[in-house]
Design a protein around this ligand. Structure first.
Ligand code: SF4
Length: 231
């Protein structure tokens, strides 16, 4: 019988539960309170097994035992996974004063570079040892400034992974300078698994840091995060 993990971070709102597992580094959403999740797991072995796999539950009950279990799971993790951070474009309109890209000439990637990357990826996935998971992170600058390149990269990686039995775990890092929810939804349809949206702290800090055209983005980003997580 597994037990709720001490390595869960909760956000409760409107009777729903949003929870992040520090064990598997994944977010989960339940449209009901956490107590109900625990009750269902108590009554149903299959549900309990899935919660164990997700990292939301662990095999041991006590805190110290769960700490040991956490480290054992970390040691067993498959290190053959491939992680790629692809800078789609270093251009970005936010103008954050601390941005490390302020020191370089900002420019887009190109269709040729994306295709070359996909070619290299396919040749690597074809060879042994087999890669179980490809972690692909689309980053920038503001990657949604070149949604065409994002789509080309994602669909190419998705097809290559499907062909070689590799699970694609993709994510896009954005500051929200694009202003269109439809851009994210088209990427979601192309297989995008997650979005990391940057907030510069609480409202005052966030609105002060962003450059003038984008002041007032915090509410827009909050709405976007909610619509994508429920989409
Ligand atoms: S949002 Fe990110 S990439 Fe854009 S200027 Fe700010 S720190 Fe740089």
């Amino acid at each position: 019988m597994p037990y709720p993990s001490f390595f869960n971070v909760f956000c409760h709102r409107d009777h729903a539960t949003r929870v992040f597992s520090l064990v598997t580094k994944r977010f989960f959403y339940f449209p009901f309170p956490w107590d109900e999740v625990v009750d269902v797991a108590d009554a149903d072995h299959d549900v309990a097994a899935k919660l164990l796999q997700s990292g939301l539950f662990l095999e041991h009950r006590g805190y110290l035992d769960q700490v040991d279990e956490y480290f054992q799971r970390m040691e067993k993790q498959d290190n053959r996974n491939l992680a790629v951070y692809f800078c789609v474009t270093s251009k970005c309109s936010m103008g954050c004063p601390y941005c490390y890209l302020n020191h370089v000439a900002r420019r887009d990637s190109s269709i040729g570079l994306v295709d070359k990357f996909l070619e290299l990826l396919k040749s690597r996935l074809y060879k042994a040892p087999h890669i179980p998971v490809l972690h692909l992170v689309l980053t920038g600058g503001e990657p949604l400034g070149r949604i065409d390149l994002c789509l080309r990269l994602l669909t190419g990686a998705r097809d290559a992974c499907a062909q070689h039995g590799v699970r694609l775990d993709s994510c896009l890092l954005t500051a929200g300078a694009f202003g269109k929810e439809s851009a994210l939804l088209s990427l979601q349809a192309a297989g995008l698994g997650g979005v990391q949206i940057t907030f510069d702290g609480p409202r005052m800090a966030h609105e002060k840091t962003r450059s003038t055209p984008y002041r007032g983005t915090l509410d827009m980003l909050s709405d976007l995060a909610t619509s994508f997580s429920l989409g």
